[in-house]
Design a protein around this ligand. Structure first.
Ligand SMILES: NC(=O)C1=CN([C@@H]2O[C@H](COP(=O)(O)OP(=O)(O)OC[C@H]3O[C@@H](n4cnc5c(N)ncnc54)[C@H](O)[C@@H]3O)[C@@H](O)[C@H]2O)[C@@H](O)CC1
Ligand SMILES: [K+]
Length: 484
């Protein structure tokens, strides 16, 4: 499990740790890890030109100490001092002793244009708001000149706690972060600015609380969640998932939701709705009913909404059932908020940004700018688990206050029509197999993202290809875990 902690928690943990280690030790650990990451990126250090962008805090100190290490290994290091009167004194002395030099921002253009590598030490977890004008101008120059960029702890200008970006921010190829990931490194739009992320252990782990702000499942975590049939299993014990989806206008949504559900671990898929013949033609193993959800026979979980059109009656009927329900697509619009809040069995809502915006009464852009807040707010308003789809999929548990799961397996190729229908079937099937809503949503998103990667191989794919690749994703998760 990869975890991220918010700034307040990191600060508290750092204070506890600092009380037990010699002064300056943490910064030396950070700088050593940072310099090693830079050396790996450069391949050869000797003779390389490195520029440090140095702000007024300890983030600049990290950059200066790392710069001193690179200078001792033969790099030509130039520090651009953005706040010359508040530069980290120890770091600056170390750099100058190691043979580095300093320039003012106004005189930095030549050095930036010649640089092989730029280290962004403008601000770290002490940053507030986007970059100030002088730093923003330097960031624009760096982006234009095009050297490799390594962000120190965080790309300067992004919000460490929320992943929001207010104004301009550094875009890095690599971010070297210390002690723990910060939420902003895992959530877009900030995540996009971070490039790949390398975590340097500075000994903070033991001081961090058990519950993080964010967690990202990895193969072993998902493998532990996936249902495996035992000797006693039959289709009913494995769980039956009901899919109430599709309409005369959108029969394909029913087919795709069933395609996902058949690969999600439930023992059987029961389909209810007007697209029964189309579903059966494609998937003869489906149990099709032409009566409403109430009369369709027992299920352990329902999926409602994909392609539902205007069928509010079916949505209401499903919400009245005393089993876990996944609500997606049209179902989100048709569901009565009071009925969702009043449910006693778990509810998993799976909006994309546009649907979340409609539910919250804000614009799509506002949701995309503040994804974490939007997911938490919806989970609080509906007292439901909310899976907010998108470039970084988030799953907030009912109430919105606890740890939020972030999915790292997605690919932009998944932004294709019907892809969400496959996910709803898959996650609903995991619900029917007995996973709780947080686990079903996050394991579903993980498998779906991986299936998207396997199906796409860097080329466009249709949603049915994604559904067909779910077994490969499942095997990869299970087998790689066994090999590790
Ligand atoms: N506290 C610790 O134990 C450790 C801290 N480390 C480093 O220290 C950093 C935190 O240091 P600080 O608390 O000094 O804070 P920062 O260095 O992140 O920034 C704070 C300074 O930046 C200024 N500032 C804030 N927002 C700004 C903006 N938008 N544009 C320009 N300047 C802005 C503030 O006025 C303040 O002087 C971490 O991110 C990490 O890089 C590491 O050395 C590891 C150990
Ligand atoms: K930084």
């Amino acid at each position: 499990m990869r975890t991220a902690y918010c700034v307040e928690t990191v600060r508290r943990a750092e204070r506890e740790l600092m009380a037990r280690v010699p002064e300056g030790a943490l910064m030396q650990r950070a700088a050593a890890g940072l310099a090693a990451a830079c050396a790996d990126l450069l391949g050869r250090v000797y003779g390389r030109r490195v520029v440090l962008l140095v702000g007024s805090g300890d983030n600049g100190g990290d950059a200066l100490y790392a710069g001193a290490r690179l200078s001792r290994r033969g790099a030509g290091v130039t520090a651009v001092l953005l706040a010359p009167d508040h530069t980290h004194a120890g770091g600056l002395t170390a750099l100058l002793r190691a043979g580095g030099r300093t320039v003012a921002p106004a005189g930095a253009e030549g050095a930036v244009r010649r640089a092989d590598l730029v280290l962004d030490g403008i601000v770290g977890i002490g940053g507030r708001g986007g970059l100030r004008p002088e730093a923003a101008a330097l960031a624009a120059l760096v982006a234009e000149a095009g050297p490799a960029v390594v962000a120190v702890d965080l790309p300067s200008g992004v919000d460490a706690d929320t992943g929001e970006v207010h104004g301009s921010a550094i875009r890095a190829d690599l971010t070297v972060t210390f002690g723990t990931h910060k939420p902003g490194l895992l959530v877009d739009p900030a995540r996009e600015h971070a490039g790949s992320v390398r975590l340097v252990d500075i000994g903070l782990g033991a001081e961090l609380p058990a519950e993080p702000e964010l967690e990202a499942l990895q193969h072993a975590d998902v493998a532990a969640l996936l249902p495996t049939p035992g000797g006693e299993s039959d289709k009913y014990r494995r769980g039956v998932v009901g899919v109430a989806a599709g309409s005369a206008r959108y029969p394909g949504a029913a087919v795709l939701a069933v395609a996902g559900a058949l690969r999600g671990g439930a023992g059987a898929v029961r389909y209810v709705g007007p697209a029964g013949d189309t579903v059966l033609a494609r998937f003869p193993e489906t149990l099709v009913s032409d009566r409403g959800p109430k009369q369709a026979g027992r299920v352990q979980a329902w999926v409602v909404g994909p392609g539902a059109g205007e069928d509010a009656g079916t949505v209401a009927e499903v919400l009245a059932a005393d089993v876990p329900v996944l609500v997606d697509a049209d179902g989100l619009r048709l569901a009565d908020a009071g009925a969702v809040r009043g449910r006693t069995a778990p509810t998993l809502m799976t909006p994309h940004a546009g649907e979340a915006a409609a539910l919250l009464g804000v614009t799509r852009e506002e949701v995309e700018r503040a994804r974490l807040a939007a997911a938490r707010e919806l989970a609080a308003r509906y007292r439901a688990t909310v899976l907010l789809k998108g470039s970084t999929t988030l799953v907030a548990d009912a109430g919105g206050a606890g740890v939020v799961r972030v999915n790292a397996t997605g690919t932009a190729w998944l932004a294709t029509a019907g892809s969400g229908d496959v996910l709803s079937g898959l996650a609903g099937s995991l619900l029917a197999a007995g996973l709780n809503a947080l686990d079903a949503g996050s394991a579903g998103a993980y498998l779906h993202g991986l299936a998207g990667r396997f199906a796409a191989h860097g080329a466009p794919v249709g949603a049915h290809d994604v559904a067909a690749a779910i077994p490969e994703a499942w095997r990869d998760v299970r087998d790689r875990d066994l090999r590790d």
